[in-house]
Design a protein around this ligand. Structure first.
Ligand code: NPW
Ligand code: ADP
Length: 485
């Protein structure tokens, strides 16, 4: 099925290397390297133009002994021909022969250390051929760091850093986006991503995952209400959230659902929680918790269970009954926070969306006896989310700076938020509300996983709206309010 969302293919390093192989075998290696290194040089030129003059700018390269270093040296050669002062440190004392020769002929200089006054440093020690461990050198603080293909020390397949890796402000990657630039620590170190097409075309296989395009406005995909709509046709979200200990979580979840845009929100919670929430949001329809009546989901198009529920047995029992009922009705059902502890006892299906952060995912894996998923959470979060999805039969949304959405038998979807201010208490409760609203109103045209990635995009967009300079000076209430365009 073609998705209604703009998704970019993401490959492992091995997939890109395999796609290059037939071209290398037919003698096109130099063309590939020229395409890659020219793309890298063009990105550096753009950056230098933004900062001032190209002529006389100082660009230094940290150069490895393989083709990644060759790309770096050719890029420095092109830059040198534009009047850039180009220097190179040979990390292993040797380098790609032709590239080194061209660099020296163009007037580039090999030096022992990256000059302290460098404007730009190109990290071209290691790319997809990385093995073993890497020790990242100290780079001048004022320099803009541009990684060639991927930051050295990052595993292109998983994002795992073995040893240490220099943080890049930008990464210029070749042939296709690599998973290691998005997942795990690689996602924190790769900076802004630029992909250079080096003509791998049909040689590229089915991608390992799909990334929601960072250049796209998620609000543009929101289907607004029509004049023919009434409140039930727009979609009702049933929320079971909050407890006397955490009433605020219920408020954040229902407020986020309302601000995202739904026909109705019903809240199943303890009486005092309902009173507090209704005082702030009188449009919410309260339902006594643990009512046990099967018709409370009669009008629901999506269900959200868990935010702020706490660990009281009665509330967890009500949560379990609601999830069971949602599963029976094949309703999309978001399961968050302490409701995740119920999962080992439940029979789930792909319409159920489990939304753990890494700590909750770890506990979930342990509770299910999925030792491999538990282990993968440290080294390969994408594979970990996929193992949890396979192990539960549910769709899994693993939260983080890069969110991973894995669903049994479907493509894994990724979203990378450039909004670290989202790391604030209650922001997950807000996400649950957005998820509920999107799944209730957009389900005719999006799968649960696609709806989930759209919701994550809207959540991150709200953060950017309330905090455009990324200062992190906002709480979850402001985020909830920021959902309204
Ligand atoms: N293939 C192509 O046609 C195209 C590839 N392209 C580019 O090539 C890159 C892949 O190049 P690659 O295969 O040469 O591997 P690469 O990342 O340079 O690393 C291997 C080198 O590093 C060394 N080394 C290894 N581990 C190390 C460590 N821990 N610490 C230190 N050194 C270590 C290892 O040395 P050795 O251990 O073998 O002595 C070897 O020399 C790819 O990312 C892209 O940039 C583009 O030009 C497009 C066309
Ligand atoms: N460093 C980060 N960058 C971007 N988004 C983040 C970061 N850390 C957390 N988030 C997002 O913030 C939300 C936090 O959710 P969660 O941990 O459940 O919070 P809480 O339980 O306090 O409500 C998730 O959507 C997560 O993806």
């Amino acid at each position: 099925m073609t998705s209604a969302l703009p998704l970019l293919p993401v490959y492992t390093g091995d997939q890109v290397r395999a796609a290059e192989r037939p071209l290398l075998e037919s003698g096109q290696g130099p063309e590939l390297m020229r395409g890659a290194s020219w793309g890298l040089a063009a990105a550096v030129l753009n950056l230098l133009r933004e900062r001032g003059a190209v002529y006389g700018a100082r660009v230094a390269g940290l150069i490895g002994s393989g083709n990644n270093g060759g790309d770096g040296l050719w890029a420095l050669t092109f830059l040198r021909r534009r009047g850039v002062e180009a220097t190179a440190v040979l990390a292993r004392g040797r380098a790609h022969q032709e590239a080194l020769q061209a660099f020296l002929q163009a007037g580039g200089r090999v030096v022992d250390e990256i000059p302290g006054q460098a404007d730009v440093v190109i990290d071209a020690v290691l790319g997809t051929g990385f093995s073993g461990e890497f020790g990242a050198p100290q780079l001048p603080e004022a320099a803009v760091v541009i990684a060639c293909d991927l930051p050295s020390g990052v595993d292109a397949d998983t994002g795992e850093v073995r040893g240490s890796a220099p943080a890049a402000d930008h990464t210029v990657t070749f042939g296709g986006l690599k998973l290691g630039l998005l997942a795990g620590d690689g996602g924190h170190l790769s900076g802004r991503l630029h992909t250079v097409d080096i003509g791998l075309g049909d040689h590229l296989p089915t991608p390992r995952a799909q990334l929601l395009s960072p250049d796209w406005d998620p609000a543009s995909s929101w289907r607004p209400p029509q004049s023919t709509d009434h409140k039930y046709s727009r979609g009702t979200v049933h929320v079971l959230a909050g407890s006397p200990q955490y009433p605020g979580a219920a408020q954040l979840t229902v407020g986020a659902a309302l601000n995202t845009g739904v026909g109705m929100v019903t809240l199943e919670a303890a009486e005092e929680v309902r009173h507090q929430v209704l005082a702030a949001s009188p449009e919410v329809v309260g339902v006594a918790d643990g009512a046990g009546s099967e018709d409370r989901l009669e009008k629901a198009r999506a269900v959200v269970v868990g935010p702020g529920l706490g660990d009281q047995a009665a509330q967890l029992e009500a949560a379990s009954a609601t999830i069971d009922e949602a599963v029976r009705r094949a309703l999309p059902c978001v399961v968050d926070a302490s409701a995740l502890t119920l999962v080992p006892e439940l029979t789930l299906r792909t319409e159920v969306l489990l939304t753990p952060h890494v700590g909750e995912a770890r506990r979930l894996a342990q509770g299910l006896g999925l030792a491999e998923a538990d282990e993968l959470l440290s080294s390969d979060p994408v594979a970990a989310a996929e193992a949890l999805a396979e192990g539960t039969g549910a769709t899994v949304l693993l939260k983080g700076a890069t969110t991973v959405i894995a669903s049994p038998g479907a493509e894994t979807l990724l979203h990378r938020a450039q909004a670290p201010g989202l790391a604030t208490a209650g922001s997950g409760d807000v996400l649950s509300g957005v998820l509920g609203a999107v799944l209730a109103t957009q389900q005719d045209r999006l799968t649960v996983a696609e709806g989930a990635v759209l919701a994550v995009g809207l959540h991150a967009q709200a953060a950017q709206r309330v905090d455009p300079n990324g200062q992190g000076r906002f709480g979850a209430s402001a985020l909830m309010a920021g959902l309204r365009a």
